[in-house]
Design a protein. Structure first.
Lengths: 327, 358
């Protein structure tokens, strides 16, 4: 009875008695949810257009952030005196590197593997993961680095708001992250709906064969999509790197994004965002209010269990396309 | 020329259904077994045995387990590491509860613990398919890893939080624990692996294996011809977890001698999935090839700079190893998506018709 009370009632009593803490927890959940959503967004873009379950998205985040920080350091060494100039130059160069990466992946991995079973392409992205880990560490070194948040003029510090009988503190970088994420999603939506390439992308997502038959170049679309995913990865890397630091430990966030992905549905961009928010908030609430009961560290699997529960009722995720099977 | 079945007539159904119907195959497998049982212990050093041959055998068994699930039944699982862990911890608890029982029994029985856990986590498999199921098995991976760290009961409240394998004997010779020599541990491992591979090969070509393959090829069609999907899929989860569990128990008892929770992490699962895919989905011999390839390549790569007299810092070699391994995986997938097992088959076919091209 006592146990039941602790599980089903006590957390809610705590929430009601300290609403400021609840708001703080919700906010933190929201922010990590946004970051999960960004990674999931990269996955979804690629999955929609090329049908590849891109495990390397997490490592692309790290690789992009590492490239940015590494190039910045190199530029400073070569005599670019202003930190800001070096930072933005490095940013531009990193974008170029991500384009090169997308182009190389399309040419060397996707094109030879076209029309192979899903699991083979999935494994190929594992190969890419290993390759990028090795390459990143070889070129930029494996030790953790600080994100160049100041030189990029990202805001820092916190805003403390007095509300609900207590203080809630909002990190400025988190607010910026949420804003940038919203802008990026809106931009992507516009790109998909309004441009010529966006229309081609949607056609490819609907059916590869039909798209080919009306003269859309799959190769070109794939490069564009992987490049877009690379840009998303770069933004995610900057935001996540500014919160902690840049190292290959960030790789685990890819695993965090997987439950988001299946919760929202593998093919749905709104799904990735809603899923990210549900998982982020659910995880933080669970850790904060129920964590002490079961033992800490439940963050590592709670997201998966939440996703699994949703999946039992909707096997294609919340927003995924209905899976129709025929004999 | 020498590999040809001409003149080998089969006069009974038993002969037709033998595991190795061709005489040359039987001779070949006899030679391989002879080498494995007598050659390796006599010729290889203790170090080579404990750092290469035992791991290859343990991972081969785990890869066979995953292959039964992914290659034969078509259910993608990323929780292999955790199921191995369940076997390891289960075996350890059994060995503590029944200290007088021969150690082989807890090792083989540990698989039943992980089979039970596997069935529980296989339950969503009827409703969820493909990558959705793969991520669902990740739930098992993370939840079980968390249990290994957080539940001290599993390691008998050891302060170190690790399994410490007690010394146990078989026919008066220590086979587990710090006193066991690498050679005895190798021979025990080899015997279990051979036995279980034989079991698996009979399983997959019998009724059960055929229903699994029908489900893999198209589960709706399989259901229409009267295969009970749920039962078949859960059986596959159970058998696969049994194999992985035994592999995990062997890993701790016969290879490491002690083990921490993060041995059975997500990376272990990915590692075994590599072996299965590189070796060949739906091929038992491929599981062995995959294990040898994935474990052998880094060793070769690390040795290469030394052979050419280059001195590259160890860290650089480590990074290069990662890069080359990644590139090799992609390369092999491009060249032969059906894995090393297919290359083996092609080789055999070429040998049969030699010197003619076909």
């Amino acid at each position: 009875m006592d146990m039941l009370y602790k599980i089903f009632l006590d957390p809610f009593v705590q929430m009601a008695s300290a609403p400021d803490l609840l708001v703080q927890t919700l906010w933190e959940g929201l922010v990590s949810g946004v970051l999960y959503a960004l990674i999931a967004l990269g996955f979804v873009l690629i999955f929609k257009a090329s049908g590849v379950f891109n495990f390397a998205q997490g490592i692309m985040v790290v690789f992009a952030a590492l490239t940015l920080v590494g190039l910045h350091a190199m530029l400073r060494d070569w005599g670019v005196s202003s930190g800001t100039a070096a930072a933005y130059l490095a940013l531009a160069l990193t974008v170029a590197v991500m384009f090169g990466l997308a182009f190389t992946i399309e040419r060397l991995v996707l094109r030879p593997l076209v029309n192979q079973p899903d699991i083979i392409l999935f494994m190929a992205t594992f190969g890419m993961t290993y390759f990028l880990i090795g390459l990143g560490e070889l070129v930029f070194g494996g030790e953790p680095k600080l994100m160049i948040a100041d030189d990029l003029h990202l805001p820092r510090g916190a805003i403390d708001v007095k509300m609900l009988g207590g203080f809630v503190s909002f990190q400025k970088i988190d607010i910026a992250a949420a804003a940038i994420a919203s802008i990026m999603v809106a931009g992507l939506a516009l790109f998909f709906q309004k441009t010529r390439i966006g229309r081609a992308l949607r056609a490819v997502a609907d059916s590869h064969k039909a798209a080919l038959s009306v003269g859309i170049s799959l190769e070109q679309i794939w490069v564009v999509v992987w490049f877009a995913a690379g840009i998303v990865a770069l933004v995610t890397g900057i935001m996540w790197g500014a919160r902690s630091n840049v190292s290959f430990a960030l790789e685990v966030i890819a695993l965090k994004a997987l439950p988001v992905l299946i919760l929202g549905g593998l093919t749905s961009i709104p799904g990735a965002i809603v899923g990210g928010l549900i998982i982020g908030i659910g995880e933080k609430l669970g850790e904060f209010y129920w964590g002490p009961l079961i033992g800490s560290g439940i963050e590592s699997w709670l997201a998966y269990v939440i996703a699994l529960l949703f999946l039992l009722f909707r096997p294609q995720g919340l927003f995924g396309e209905r899976i129709i099977e025929r004999i | 020329m020498f590999y040809r079945e001409t003149g080998q007539f089969k006069t009974t159904y038993q002969a037709d259904q033998a595991v190795f119907p061709i005489r040359q195959d039987r001779i070949g497998i006899a030679i391989i077994l002879l080498l494995a049982f007598a050659g390796v212990p006599l010729l290889a050093s203790e170090f080579a045995i404990s750092s290469f041959f035992i791991p290859v055998l343990v991972f081969s068994l785990a890869a066979i387990g995953l292959n039964l699930l992914t290659g034969y039944t078509g259910l993608l699982s990323l929780g292999t590491g955790a199921f191995m862990g369940v076997g390891a911890y289960g075996g350890y608890k059994l060995a503590t509860w029944f200290p007088d029982v021969n150690i082989l029994i807890p090792i083989l029985a540990s698989g039943f613990v992980s089979a039970a856990v596997g069935v529980v986590f296989g339950l969503p498999s009827l409703r969820i398919k493909g990558f959705y199921l793969a991520v669902a098995t990740l739930a098992a991976q993370f939840f079980l890893s968390w249990c290994f760290v957080r539940i001290p009961w599993l390691v008998n409240y050891n302060i170190s939080g690790a399994i410490e394998v007690p010394t146990r004997t078989l026919f008066g010779i220590p086979i587990t624990g710090p006193n066991a020599t690498a050679t005895t541990r190798y021979l025990v491992t080899l015997s279990i692996v051979v036995l279980m591979t034989w079991l698996a090969s009979n399983l997959v070509r019998g009724r059960i294996g055929r229903t699994w393959m029908a489900v893999r090829d198209m589960d709706l069609a399989a259901e229409l011809i009267g295969i009970r999907l749920y039962r078949t899929k859960l059986l596959s989860f159970a058998v696969s977890s049994y194999f992985c569990g035994v592999a995990g128990a062997m890993m701790v008892f016969l290879w490491f001698g002690s083990s921490e929770a993060d041995t059975f992490s997500i990376n272990q699962s990915f590692f075994i999935l590599f072996m299965v895919v590189i070796g060949g989905l739906g091929s038992l011999v491929g599981s062995f090839f995959g294990a040898i390839f994935i474990l052998g390549t880094p060793i070769v790569l690390r040795a290469l700079p030394g052979l050419f007299g280059l001195s590259i810092p160890a860290a650089t070699v480590e990074h290069l190893t990662f890069m080359v391994l990644g590139a090799l995986i992609i390369f092999f997938l491009i060249v032969e998506p059906h894995g090393l097992a297919r290359l083996w088959q092609i080789g055999k076919q070429k040998l049969r018709v030699w010197p003619f091209p076909y």
